[in-house]
Design a protein around this ligand. Structure first.
Ligand SMILES: NC(=O)c1ccc[n+]([C@@H]2O[C@H](COP(=O)([O-])OP(=O)(O)OC[C@H]3O[C@@H](n4cnc5c(N)ncnc54)[C@H](OP(=O)(O)O)[C@@H]3O)[C@@H](O)[C@H]2O)c1
Length: 277
């Protein structure tokens, strides 16, 4: 199956293909409300699995609730080996995004995700974003408590600095970090390097720069050389850049999904990598 060409990466004791799917866009415009065509969204999720994808990224705030509910409607009972990573720590007042890292919020968020995803335990629960109004250790403590209670198998982080990653690692076993990262935005290079050192999966969000990387002249030039698309080059570059990289390109289109998963088999040469810089 096409996703398998990317090889695998570990999430604690779980092993997933290194080409996942980001389910943020299985919602309405602005990551709000239901998708225009719910049946099409479900077909997209099922197609991802047919292509060999076995890691899905979602969050309670996508919709809100809609992305998790649609995953359950499309895929439950889940096939053996599928790993769903969800997140909590954002609320959506008036469609905006507001951090909420209070332990009481996270406890309720975890219970809500368990119910919507129809799971007894969440394989990967990611703290979506540090909340400046709540000590980081208190938020991580809530996840540790949920893990001890058997509600969470593994803990991941998102939108963290190197210092926050290290602080969390002193409290719990961190299996993944999800930060913005792509060819055009490498601000999290230090966090990625720490993940590689510690065998932590790095999940780059906006792997296509929400589309901006696709307009880059150097990406287009390398794409021409391979008879590939710019999206495939952007994803192949991520896969080549680090063995702990686990891209989760998001799309609402089956054609784009197939194209993106196709990047798993693309191998960039030293010349390509130098041209991409
Ligand atoms: N942790 C966080 O704070 C955070 C923040 C943002 C996102 N995320 C996660 O990261 C995932 C990926 O992010 P993303 O979906 O926003 O960004 P992305 O994957 O960088 O880009 C998605 C955009 O590119 C388009 N696209 C996808 N494949 C394409 C292709 N082959 N050719 C041309 N255009 C293509 C999509 O439009 P079409 O629908 O038309 O294909 C969409 O507009 C999300 O689904 C979510 O799970 C996490």
């Amino acid at each position: 199956m096409p996703a398998q060409a990317a090889g695998t990466v570990r999430l604690g004791d779980l092993v997933v293909q290194r080409m996942g799917f980001g389910a943020m866009r299985v919602t309405g415009a602005g990551v709000w409300g239901p998708p225009r065509d719910r049946e099409a969204a479900k077909r997209l999720l099922r197609r991802a699995l047919e292509l060999g994808v076995n890691f899905l990224d979602t969050a309670d705030s996508y919709g809100p609730d809609v992305s998790e509910e649609t995953i359950a409607e499309a895929l439950h009972p889940y096939p053996q080996g599928l790993v769903i990573g969800t997140k909590g720590g954002f609320t959506r007042p008036g469609r905006s995004w507001r951090a909420d890292g209070r332990p009481e919020h996270l406890r309720a968020a975890i219970d809500g995700s368990l119910e919507r995803l129809r799971l007894a335990r969440i394989d990967l629960y990611q703290f979506h974003t540090p909340d400046a109004r709540v000590p980081f250790a208190e938020s991580i403590g809530a996840l540790a408590e949920a893990q001890r209670a058997g509600k969470i198998r593994h803990i991941g982080l998102s939108n963290v600095s190197l210092a926050q990653l290290e602080e969390a690692r002193r409290m719990v076993s961190v299996v993944s970090v999800q930060n913005e990262y792509n060819l055009g935005d490498r601000a999290s290079e230090d966090v990625l390097a720490a993940c590689a050192r510690h065998g932590i999966a790095f999940i780059p969000w906006y792997p296509l720069g929400a589309g901006s990387v696709l307009r880059s002249a150097k990406v287009k030039r390398v794409a021409m050389r391979h008879g590939a698309t710019p999206a495939q080059i952007a994803l192949a570059w991520l896969l080549a850049h680090s063995p702990v990289m686990l891209p989760i390109p998001g799309t609402g289109s089956i054609a784009h999904l197939e194209e993106n998963v196709g990047a798993a088999a693309l191998r960039l040469s030293a010349e390509d990598l130098a041209a991409l810089g």
